[in-house]
Every structure is written in C-alpha cells, then in structure tokens.
Design a protein around this ligand. Structure first.
Ligand SMILES: *Cc1c(COP(=O)(O)O)cnc(C)c1O
Length: 387
C-alpha cells in the first residue's frame, strides 16, 4: 500500500506502544506483563500491536474470545496466551492444541475442557477465575471448593494443569473504593484455599491497567494491561496519560471532503439541531457513527482543523459530520484531527469521551474497520516472523 488514504486514517504509533510497555514494566518490575489485545487491540490492530508489545518485553498476551486467541496463533505468535470468554462448545480442543491457557469459572467449563483434553491427548492449561466481588465472570466463593476439588481430580488424571488463579476488580479506577481492599482480601483467601488443597499455580493475577497505576500491592505474579498499553489513562481523574509516562498510540484524522460558504440561519445536518448564527464556512468530515464516531457526541465532539478547535455542528451521521469553520477556508483535503496524543494541539480520546459521556476505552475500541490503520515507527522486528 503506497497511497496515503485521504478519507480517514487511524495512525498507530508502535514506538509509543513499545514505550508504554517499558513504562508499565517499570511500574510492575517483579510481575510479568500481559498485553491485553482483545477487541482488535482496543481498535489499534491486534497483530501489529501484539508483535510490538512482545518485542518490547511483554511476557503474555490476553484475549477475550477464543477466536482472537486462535488468530494470534494462526499468525505464528507463540507467546503464552490466556483467553477468558468462553461459552459451551468451546472451541476448547483447538485452544488446547494451540497451547492457549484457558480460563475456567465453572464446573461445566472444566468438564468440557477435560473432554477436549481427552480427545486431543494433551494436557490443558487452565486458569481458574474467582469472583472476588465483581459479580461478572468468575466462580463465587461458595462454589470455589467444588471447582478446586474438580480441578485437582482433573490434574490427577493428567487432563489439566492449573497454571493460574485469577480475578478481576470492579472499581480499580476509583482509588480508595472500599470494594478494592475487600476484593484483594477475597482473592488472597481464594488463593490460600486452592494452594492448601494442592494447586500450584504458575501465576496469580488480578490487576488491570488502573490497578497497575494506582495499587502497587496488587501486582502478584502478573499484571494484565490493556488500555494503558495504548496510552490512555484509565483514571483520568487521578492523572493524565502523560502523568503516568504513557503516550497515546492512536491518532484519528480525516481529510475534509468539502468546504463551503453558507448564509446565516442555515440548518446543519439531520434534524437541524445546529443553525448557523452568521454567514460562515462549513467543513465536511468524512467520518460517522459507522466508523465509531459516537452520535452521542453530536454538537460537542472536538476536532482540530488548521490549528483551531472546532466542534461537531449538529448531528453525527452514519458516514459524515460537519464542523463550523467560522469563515476559515481550508482547502478540501485539509486534515481534521479528531484525537491523538494532544501535543500538537489536537484533542485526545479522553476529550471525546467527555463529549460523548463515556470512557476513552470505548472511543478507541469502536473505531471501525472502514478506517485504515496506518502503522508508523514500526520496528523492523515487529514484522511477522517464525517466533
Ligand atoms: C479487558 C480486560 C483487562 C484489561 O483491562 P484494562 O483496564 O484495559 O487494562 C484485564 N483483564 C480482563 C479480564 C479484561 O477483560
């Protein structure tokens, strides 16, 4: 691909991603680092980001779905890999045969893992997940002894090896929230019970990005970092990305597809929620909610055009939105930068999160497949190889 896409591009700065891995490793020097690359690496592109993270020193990869994990293996990535979002039917056997560590929260899942291990003649690597208070995935404390007992029996039969004990916080992004200490205590109890019963996990882990940045005591043997890897602060009320030594990886921009003069009193976009207050110029940005631009940011989302911040004028449509350029006349094709690291005056994903009443995780993750990803500062080492 030699032509630069004019419509829209999400530039992915792999040097920033590698630097973020280094910054996170420095915060958790005794723990191993898992790069969470689910959801196409939060919209940044799973394979290039996984390779860059591994080259920068990440020890593990993490995905939600088995399809994501298998795609990493199909691309030749051999790193340790945990996958945690399973439904009946697997594909457990494919995962076991691809050396993927699988998460188990319930007896039904352990039963399916054992059956698949039997069929494939391999020992499955299983990580048991405790619900220490999140109330989402994980095994409730009341059911933990039964799950541990079943796992020990499966280990004795050679069908599984329990490689990890793990859990997930509900409120790590609200430092001081009482649930944090309660969950840590319950995690310690779950580990203690399992280890006294005879489980010998390789890794114990509970920390996501906000925990890595705010809870030094919760790092255990491994930390699972997602959003911080992509240079986004999970706790903007505590510190910006820069405050944590992180750099945003994605810059989203588009070339204006039209610039035109309109008179005062002109309605703009569906519903005419915006009406020009004076004669002005309008710029057409060729990105819409089909590309992941939140319609909820209508009238508010910020865009840098020719050195000035403009706001979405009226509604975000499926493929495009309009900005009021206040009489400026940039040429068609002039860059509209929706968000980036922020140091060239552009808004950040966090600014869009505020405009759309959501979190920056959602802003980057939803940028759709129709937007070209353009990888920059790709280390030659990030290229596919036979690792
Ligand atoms: C997504 C996810 C993470 C990463 O969370 P961040 O806050 O993005 O670091 C870690 N663990 C689990 C189980 C997840 O689903």
């Amino acid at each position: 691909m030699t032509e630069t896409p004019m419509r829209a591009r999400a530039e992915i700065d792999l040097a920033a991603l590698r630097a973020n891995v280094h910054a996170l490793r420095a915060r958790a020097p005794r723990a191993r680092l898992m790069a969470v690359v689910k959801a196409d690496a939060y919209g940044h592109g799973m394979l290039p980001c996984a390779r860059a993270a591994l080259r920068a020193g990440a020890d593990w990869l993490g995905t939600a779905t088995p399809q994501e994990a298998l795609a990493l293996r199909a691309a030749g990535i051999g790193a340790r890999l945990l996958c945690w979002l399973w439904t009946p039917g697997g594909p457990w056997r494919a995962a076991i045969e691809a050396d993927i560590d699988v998460s188990v929260s319930a007896i039904w899942a352990l039963d399916e893992v054992c059956a698949a291990a039997q069929q494939s003649g391999r020992t499955a690597r299983v990580q048991l997940k405790a619900d220490t208070g999140l109330g989402r995935g994980g095994c409730q404390p009341a059911d933990w002894p039964e799950l541990i007992g079943a796992a020990l029996a499966a280990e004795a039969g050679g069908l599984v090896k329990v490689t990890g004990l793990w859990s997930h916080y509900a409120c790590a992004d609200e430092p001081g929230h009482p649930s944090i200490a309660a969950q840590t205590a319950r995690f310690d109890e779950a580990i203690d019970y399992a280890e006294k019963a005879g489980i010998q996990p390789e890794v114990r882990h509970i920390a996501n990005s906000p925990a890595v940045l705010t809870l030094p005591d919760a790092q255990y043997d491994l930390v699972r970092t997602g959003v911080a890897l992509y240079g986004i602060s999970p706790v903007p009320q505590v510190g910006s990305a820069a405050d944590f030594g992180l750099r945003p990886v994605m810059t989203l921009s588009a070339g204006l597809s039209l610039v035109k003069h309109v008179p005062a009193g002109h309605g703009v976009s569906y519903g005419h929620n915006y009406v020009t207050s004076a004669e002005t110029t309008l710029g057409l940005v060729p990105l819409g909610y089909a590309d992941g631009i939140p319609r909820h940011a209508s009238g508010r989302g910020p865009v840098l055009v020719d050195g000035a911040w403009r706001r979405v004028a009226g509604r975000v449509a499926m493929d495009q939105f309009v900005v009021d350029l206040g009489g400026d006349e940039p040429a068609p094709g002039a860059q509209a930068v929706l968000f980036g690291p922020g140091d060239r005056g552009e808004p950040t994903a966090e600014d869009w999160a505020v405009a759309a009443d959501t979190i920056a995780y959602e802003i980057v993750t939803r940028i759709g497949a129709r937007v070209d990803r353009v990888y920059v500062h790709e280390d030659l080492d990030d290229q596919p190889d036979d690792q």
